[in-house]
Design a protein around this ligand. Sequence first.
Ligand code: ADP
Ligand code: MG
Length: 455
Amino acid sequence: MEEDFIVSNNSTIDIGKIWEAALQKIANEVTAISFDVWIKTIVPSEIKGNTLVLATPSLSSKKVLNNNYKTIITSCLNQVHSAITSVEFVIEDASIKEEEEKEEAPSEDELVRSTFNPKYTFDNFVVGSSNQFVAAAAKAVSQNPGEKYNPLFIYGGVGLGKTHLLHAIGNSINETKPELNVVYVTCERFTNDLIESIRDSKKTSTSSFRAKYRKADVLIIDDIQFIANKQSVQEEFFNTFNELNENHKQIVISSDRPPKEINPLEERIRSRLEWGLLADIGIPDIETKIAILQKKSQIEHYNVSKDVIEYIAGAQSTNIRELEGMLARAVFYSGLLGESIVSIETAREALKDIAMRNDAELDASVILDSVCKFYNIKKEELLARKRTKEVALARQVAMYLITDLLSIPLAAVGDIFGKDHATVIYAKSKVQEDMHKNKKFATEVNDIRAMIKGK
Ligand code: ADP
Ligand code: MG
């Protein structure tokens, strides 16, 4: 007989709740994109003894999870519930399982296909005035890849749906034109792949790197802004771009800023990025925010009233990821209280620490501006990866103040700087420690804080 899953107060608890709680912890341990692509698609399935069985959508995600995330997931689950000491990944859909497992161990020269988050589709993307143009362009590209708008360059602020649209293009092409090889990569991954292939002295390594990217029918690169400053990556990207372009292959790129603001960037690359269509994704208005949260509730089967949705959509933030986080938090609290539908009181209570900043306009950019002003450096310098002493200090102070003043996940803070959460944690404790040791420095940091608050 299967063991019942018992908590200390002897009531049976559903694994859904444990998983929800673990997710919040995992979110702090992995990058936002990994979280979206690999973690969010997991569905907890059953408990077998001390093992939590987790269903994954495909063989490739099962492999990635086993290789890269098993330890983190197990440890977060164990923190939530000490009875869980291991996890096992299985493939959700039995038919995929048989088919895909036959294909295991792809040969060296086989094409590398990307998997896409099944929730990031065009159907799940709410269109409003802020993103109408970019959504239409993305759809056109997925219907006729390589034919017009090449490259398609999508840019806009954090959490506005760029990655969602890139995955929607991938999902759509995979479905309607499965013969095409769609490769999705973050700029960071492209960089790491390149570095590895160079480091690995074997010739096959570089050629398999080239094969991977240059054999794509559709190449999607997310967050290209991180290419700034990286010469060898720019060179390799340039060659990849040219080869794909000559062969009329589609290229889709996202960035948090338009090409002319990516600095330093070789001119020949900038001009290529501008060859096709530049489409910016704007800040959603309140109606769009409401519609997105409604869609999200529908997808996640949240039982939330319109009041609660409107309350959350009324928050100052325009970052949809942040709003979704607030919604999930309200739902989670409500679940703990055993409510059948999230009440507005519970939502208020759940979100009371996350300032519902309707009046004071405080977001990361205000903090970055103040830090730059104080240290007399440019924002591009602060966000680039350069390591002069002054810039490094300013960057740590900015990270510290963002984590201190805003309720956003560490991984998201890292994203702003193109760093991981560990760097943010380090910066935070370093600044705290230095403030403790050095009065003058503490006064400086507090002056910046006052400057921010005074805005
Ligand atoms: P970005 O890549 O621009 O930082 P993401 O694509 O990761 O942003 O979006 C953050 C979250 O917001 C995702 O969960 C995404 O599904 C959601 N989202 C953003 N815009 C929309 C939209 N128009 N409709 C539905 N969901 C959206
Ligand atoms: Mg993104």
